[in-house]
Ligand binder design. Structure first.
Ligand code: NAP
Length: 304
């Protein structure tokens, strides 16, 4: 079965090169004819830098309007692009196609799934890190792990064999929503504060009170949303992450520093919206969102 990879950014290129290296058929789906022409002018290759060694892999590319049926799709766009990008492929999607959603946060997966009811959407939560050095050239941080699951169907899909053969560290889980919620809550407790205090993750050790208050509200929210497992010892996990990644800048901090649009709507924004929906009082979380939104706006960045 052919792998179609929608979005040739950091994660899209990281997955495409490893699948290709294992001899599997892979097609990149690029944004438009202009991007496709640029890719071809660049040699039609994706370069993966692993352990400081660059290796170029020839990967076929196409645009969404090609006729080839799509049976196995990896959606590697940002959360705010996923729904529109997948919608373009609806005429090509085979009935029962597997669609892996790599987006961070929550909200975009349900939006995509609602558009393609005849496909099987597999949600993913990944700790793998990759960074774009230039167009179609990614540097792999070299470690990490991807959880995959389908909240509606615990039966593992056949495509896991391809991931195994490609050396993509992964595991199938029946509790993918719990994992996504846990990651989202940790993100909410760390990322916005690093933006507002303009600090590395370790800088939050000086703001322990603020972090603790947010963790208390997030714990209540997770319980109210029917995710008690994701709420377990949240604060100690957040402190562990802060210590383990003290020297790093959080992804949202990097986005803001590089003047890129953030995924706020699918992270803190989603948590705040769910709190309102479940009538769960979270004043500090809501205030955090107000502050973060104002901060982004003051920098001329999008707040949605
Ligand atoms: P990225 O580098 O910005 O890549 C996204 C790609 O999607 C871009 O290449 C973009 O094209 C493409 N795209 C957007 N709309 C498209 C469309 N309609 N058709 C075709 N391509 C389209 O993003 P990323 O870092 O890989 O992140 C993807 C998701 O994974 C995010 O939700 C992120 O939070 C999550 N994630 C990332 C990492 C990581 O280490 N990078 C780790 C864990 C989770 P252009 O190049 O033309 O703009």
């Amino acid at each position: 079965v052919i792998w179609h990879v929608l979005g040739a950014g950091s994660l899209g290129c990281l997955w495409a090169t490893r699948l290709r290296r294992a001899g599997l058929p892979v097609r990149l789906i690029l944004r438009d004819a202009e991007r496709l022409a640029a890719y071809r002018a660049n040699g039609g290759c994706v370069t993966l830098i692993e352990n400081a060694l660059p290796q170029a892999y020839p990967v076929d590319a196409q645009t969404a309007d090609r006729q080839e049926p799509v049976e196995r799709l990896l959606v590697a766009c940002k959360a705010y692009d996923a729904e529109q990008a997948v919608a373009q492929l609806i005429p090509r999607l085979a009935k029962g196609a597997d669609v892996i959603l790599l987006q961070n946060g929550l909200g975009s997966q349900d939006a995509v799934a609602a558009r393609i009811p005849d496909a099987r959407c597999l949600f993913a939560s990944s700790t793998e890190g990759a960074f774009r050095e230039s167009d179609w050239c990614v540097r792999f941080a070299g470690h990490g792990f991807t959880w995959l699951g389908d909240a509606a169907n615990p039966v593992a899909p056949l495509l896991l064999k391809d991931l195994h053969d490609s050396g993509i560290p992964h595991e199938w889980t029946p509790d993918i929503l719990s994992r996504l919620w846990r990651k989202l809550a940790i993100n909410c407790a760390i990322n916005p504060l690093t933006v507002l205090h303009d600090c590395r993750n370790g800088g939050l050790l000086e703001h322990g009170g603020e972090v603790a208050t947010l963790c208390a509200e997030l714990t209540q929210l997770l319980e109210r949303c029917g995710q008690p497992a994701a709420a377990l010892d949240l604060q100690s996990e957040v402190l562990r992450v802060i210590n383990a990644t003290a020297a790093n800048y959080a992804s949202m901090h990097q986005d803001v520093a590089n003047r890129r649009r953030t995924e706020i709507r699918y992270l803190l924004g989603y948590a705040c919206a769910e709190a309102v929906r479940h009538r769960c009082p979270t004043p500090h979380l809501q205030h955090l969102q107000t502050r973060l939104t104002a901060h982004l706006a003051s920098k001329g960045l999008r707040t949605d």
